[in-house]
Ligand binder design. Structure first.
Ligand code: GAL
Length: 687
């Protein structure tokens, strides 16, 4: 494989409907036996087994133990731990320990370290300090991966691997010497060695940027002294994503060659990794580290969390959670809310309902030292099992049944938002104009659909759109014209498509499109944009949308539309926009296309969503579920598993429920009312 033959990397087909490739629902915790003495560890296997564990994750930060000096390997400690747990029925997911390279490597080969935007090299002392493009670091990463893979390939207790740990969590944009060379190589590959193609794609005629040779190109550094070229910056971001996909691939190849039966995953979601791209195609399933308590707004946690989970599923299909919040997380500057009794269980069921096919809780025991000594795990510092442990015993034992049932099923949705795309998201990041992130409006629309009880999810425009009645594409400036035919098919087949302002204003090079807006979507939407503007002080120059008998404040952006093959759904009101088309409506085939020449903020969506639901024929997924009860259906053919999670601050009753088996209690469910306590949940297999 040539270094830059991107296509030779993973090739799995990704869809939001794809179940995770695992024949077991894994349940457990990341475990750091190296942080404790033998006496403290003694009861761990027994306590884990009592909590229904069938897996632990180990060794992601233990490179210095496994290779204490260059070329000297010492695995007996982990061998013992793996065997001891294995004998209790607990398998191990090992990690390539490359997120925490040892001191001998950083000090002995100083060029391995990452260098920031200001030219400052990182140093030893925390983690993720080495560059994925540095040959020495890559070489030592292969060696440690190879050694561990060889050693464990026949170990019956090793089930799979996590590559590295949260790649790009702390640091993503490196500017070291290796990155300069590799960036040039990447561009030479992308532009087929023809510098004139690069000059054209980047628009280097602007501000004397013209290159005569690839060797002259440097990684773009912000504010040196002012704004950089956005086309160059997006290519740099793509290069960073490529580098981490390649870095991971080098490990995946070694692991798969050693033992094809192992599952391989990685834990995200971090910056500058293309999780719908090569990176995830290389894995059996993606991992998503879920820490809902980072949001201090308790009232937003269920809807916000649902959006995150749905977004992850849109990237990878069903996924694993290798780290789920187990208690209050704390690092030097902050300390999260302590999850109340029942809260983690409630979050666990939301996760499983929305596509999580295995879950581990960070971490088994709270560490007494180091940078995360207040990151509270299942057990406290003093190793005494308390309330949190007892809750995990309950969850673990429930998951023995529920987990088995959900494997192989998909999450049912009939409306969706396009929540994110690498190119589109990072194109926006290169040139935000002070406007909200494309994912932001997706989140607002998702929340409104979620709160109305619809079966909402997230779907990427290149994914399978079948089954959707309503599909919302928020403000995605960069829009790949290759996505348009399937959108057209979706509409003609009966779907309602909503496209919001500024979508398709940028081309794949991240330059503004030459066509009249909305570029490649103009024909489909049947409108063109006559003029646009940003609303920086809307209180001084107020504009509103006139929709039916309502006036809705518009606060971010306006576009004046020309109706080419569409009718008007809402008009502008105010100043020089008065009476001009603001939202268009086009009937096409059996479906509809709606183009909104503004950002769909919460006050607008409050009025628009009921209307869209009517047009699209949406019905709440379980109409008798009261407000604040998240209801999700997982299905496969005729199999239907219903999840009800109560997020209200008191108990509620679901008046009618599906008849079938209550998978938590094992009892027959007659279909009558169920009362859910605060944080209460019910899971029912219909039929
Ligand atoms: C994750 C990381 C873990 C630990 C945890 C708590 O981001 O993967 O290693 O740091 O957060 O901070």
């Amino acid at each position: 494989m040539s270094d830059y033959d991107l296509k030779a990397l993973g090739n799995a087909k990704i869809s939001h409907l794809r179940p995770a490739k695992t024949d077991r629902f894994w349940f457990g915790a990341p475990y750091y036996p190296e942080h404790w003495d033998e006496k403290t560890r003694e009861k761990d296997p027994e306590r884990m087994a009592a909590a229904g564990f069938n897996i632990v994750r180990m060794a992601e930060f233990a490179w210095d133990m496994i290779e204490p000096r260059e070329g000297e390997f010492e695995v007996s400690f982990f061998d013992q731990m793996i065997e001891r747990l294995g004998k209790k029925g607990i398998m191990t997911m090992l990690c390539t320990p490359t997120a925490a390279p040892p001191r001998w490597l950083t000090v002995g080969f100083p060029k391995v370290v990452r260098v920031n935007d200001n030219g400052v090299p990182m140093c030893h002392g925390s983690r993720q300090h080495c560059c994925h493009n540095n040959e020495m670091f890559r070489k030592f990463s292969w060696i440690i991966t190879q050694k561990m893979a060889e050693h464990y390939k026949d170990n019956p207790y090793v089930a799979g691997w996590q590559t590295d740990n949260e790649i790009n969590c702390h640091f993503s944009e490196c500017h070291c010497e290796s990155c300069q060379k590799e960036f040039q190589k990447f561009l030479r590959w992308k532009y087929e060695g023809d510098i004139s193609l690069l000059n054209k794609a980047w628009g280097t005629a602007f501000w004397a940027l013209t290159y005569v040779a690839f060797d002259d190109i440097e990684t773009p550094k912000r504010s040196k002294p002012t704004y950089v070229n956005p086309a160059c910056e997006l290519d740099y971001f793509r290069f960073v994503a490529f580098s981490v996909a390649r870095f991971q691939h080098e490990q995946v190849e070694i692991l798969r060659n050693a033992q094809p039966k192992w599952f391989i995953t990685h834990n995200g979601i971090m910056r500058l990794v293309d999780y719908r791209g090569l990176f995830t195609k290389d894995l059996d399933f993606l991992g998503y580290d879920r820490y809902p308590m980072f949001d201090n707004d308790h009232q937003n946690r269920d809807a916000g969390g649902a959006y995150q989970l749905d977004h992850v599923r849109s990237l990878s299909g069903n996924f694993m959670i290798p780290e789920h919040q187990a208690g209050p997380g704390g690092q030097m500057p902050y300390f999260h809310d302590n999850p109340e009794p029942g809260e983690i269980r409630n979050m666990t069921y939301s996760s499983v309902a929305r596509g999580c096919d295995s879950i581990l809780y960070f971490r088994w025991r709270t560490c007494r030292f180091g940078a995360e000594e207040y990151w509270c795990g299942i057990l406290d510092h003093d190793n005494i099992p308390r309330r949190r442990y007892r809750e995990f015993v309950q969850i673990g034992n429930e998951m023995k049944k529920v987990g088995k049932e959900v494997l192989g099923t998909s999450v049912f949705i009939d409306c969706a938002v396009a929540s994110g795309d690498f190119d589109s998201g990072y194109a926006h990041a290169t040139y935000p104009l002070g406007l909200p992130d494309p994912g932001w409006m997706g989140g607002v629309a998702h929340k409104m659909l979620y709160n109305s009880g619809y079966a909402v999810g997230c779907v990427h425009p290149e994914d399978d759109l079948s089954g959707l009645k309503l599909y919302i594409i928020p403000n995605w400036p960069l829009f790949n014209p290759e996505w348009v035919p399937s959108l057209e098919k979706f509409v003609k087949g009966g779907g309602t498509l909503v496209i919001s302002a500024r979508t398709a204003s940028k081309d794949m090079d991240n330059n503004v499109v030459p066509e009249t807006l909305p570029g490649c979507l103009r024909r489909l939407a049947g409108v063109s944009v006559e003029e646009y503007g940003k609303l920086n002080r809307p209180e001084q120059r107020p504009f509103a949308l006139k929709f039916k008998d309502k006036k809705l404040k518009s606060e971010i952006w306006y576009e004046i539309l020309n109706l080419e093959d569409a009718s008007v759904m809402a008009k502008w009101s105010g100043r020089h926009l008065d009476g001009k088309p603001a939202i268009s409506f086009r009937k096409l085939g059996k479906g509809n296309v709606i183009y909104a020449g503004t950002y769909l903020t919460e006050n607008i969506l409050k009025v628009l969503i009921p209307e869209l639901a009517k047009i699209a024929g949406l019905k709440p997924v379980w109409p008798s579920a009261p407000g604040g009860v998240e209801t999700v259906l997982r299905f496969n053919g005729k199999k239907k598993i219903w999840f009800f999670m109560n997020h209200n601050d008191g108990k509620v009753t679901v008046k009618k429920t599906p008849a079938g088996e209550n998978l938590i209690t094992g009892a027959k469910n007659s279909g009558k009312a169920i009362t859910l306590e605060r944080y209460g949940v019910a899971v029912i297999r219909e039929g």
